[in-house]
Write a protein that binds this ligand. Structure first.
Ligand SMILES: [Cu+2]
Length: 370
């Protein structure tokens, strides 16, 4: 495998041996006002009981059985509530990656998904997160890939053939075996139905490098939002794939298609994990980090997104007032929520006179005393 040596060389060149992370300050000053009192708690996948795991897996299956999709009119390929989320992500892909609002948009998106399974599928927990640093030495053994109480295993080659590396095969084990997904793949915003299976092609070596604990430590070592988000998201090259990119490519198949990566249900655990890293980073220094936002409105590599039209977008940086759209998923007034409304996961606001209240109410089990 050619690119692995390059990846490794790059990581070694970075010198990712990392200083200890500063402990969260005992923060007496109130960093925000109007925080919610009973946050939903998001737990790491392996710490859930079998029943809790099954409840989440059932909720995902429930959403994919709900036929009343909201986006079908606009997106004929979307036929279920689960596919509504794929349609929305596919449509917005050129505008929400490699930008300053990459983390804020995905924070709101995961919360929207969480609210939807709680409301429509009687799920009573938070979206779990996957801390893959615990599995990076042999990612294929990660509990998320278990057939029972897990998301099922690697793709299976057709009978009588042997698996080839980097070739995606349909998932035939676990709770999503033989799923049909109607939104087609491809690096475009194509809206018509193109039924396909959920496929995977687990890539162990990318995990060894990019999901190692040192990579998370390196992200958290950054001192301002712009540096932190770039370190976390990575760039659209294998040399700088970052933890975000690696989290998609490690599962492979459906998950590696940027536009429709959330066809893979593990997407939600991956992005909850990235959100946890951001939130833990914010908490280590509320004064400087709770409201710190920066980065461009237009992607720093617009050339990688087919179908993006940036002609009407301003060329500057995002601010706390920048709108995040959930499109047809309908969160917030007029479908838009401002970045300042999602910076605090407890829904607090910076200024009590501000009329835009926070819209979130959750926390991670790793950070119970925020
Ligand atoms: Cu995304």
């Amino acid at each position: 495998m050619k690119s692995f040596a390059t990846l490794l060389a790059f990581v070694l060149a970075l010198g990712v041996s990392v200083d200890a992370i500063p402990a969260p300050p005992s923060n007496k000053e109130d960093p925000s006002v109007g925080r919610c009192k009973k946050p939903v708690i998001r737990k790491e996948w392996r710490t859930l009981s079998n029943k809790e795991k099954d409840n989440f897996l059932k909720a995902v299956n429930c959403l994919h059985k709900q036929k009343k999709a909201k986006t079908t009119k606009f997106y004929p390929g979307a036929t279920t509530r689960f596919e509504d989320f794929i349609a929305e992500h596919k449509q917005q892909t050129p505008y929400i990656h490699l930008v300053g609002h990459f983390l804020p948009w995905h924070r709101l998106f995961i919360a929207e998904f969480e609210n939807t399974i709680r409301k429509e599928c009687k799920y009573d927990g938070g979206v779990p997160y996957w801390d893959y640093t615990k599995d990076s030495e042999d990612i294929a053994l990660a509990p998320v890939f278990a057939d029972s109480h897990g998301f099922g295993g690697n793709g299976t080659p057709p009978p009588g053939t042997s698996p080839e590396p980097f070739v995606p095969y349909c998932v035939t084990t676990g709770p999503f075996a033989n799923w049909t997904l109607n939104i087609g793949p491809g690096v475009s915003q194509e809206r018509l139905a193109e039924p396909r299976c959920l496929s995977r092609s687990i890539w162990k070596d990318i995990a060894t490098v990019w999901m190692a604990p040192e990579i998370e430590a390196e992200i958290k070592r950054q001192t301002y939002f712009g540096a932190m988000t770039r370190s976390l998201e990575g760039e659209p090259t294998f040399e700088e794939v970052g933890m975000h990119g690696a989290g998609h490519f490690v599962v492979g198949g459906t998950s590696s298609d940027v536009f429709t990566s959330n066809t893979e249900p593990i997407f939600y655990l991956h992005h909850a994990n990235l959100d946890r890293i951001w939130w833990e980073w914010q908490q280590t220094n509320y004064a400087d980090r709770l409201w710190d936002i920066s980065g461009s409105i237009i992607p720093r590599r617009p050339d990688v997104f087919e179908g993006g039209d940036y002609s009407n977008l301003p060329s500057g940086n995002v601010t706390l007032d920048f709108p995040l759209s959930m499109g047809k998923l309908n969160t917030g007034k007029d479908g838009n929520v401002k970045i300042k409304q999602i910076m605090d996961v407890f829904g607090g606001k910076k200024d009590k006179k501000d009329k835009d209240a926070g819209v979130l109410c959750y926390n991670y089990d790793s950070t119970p005393d925020a």
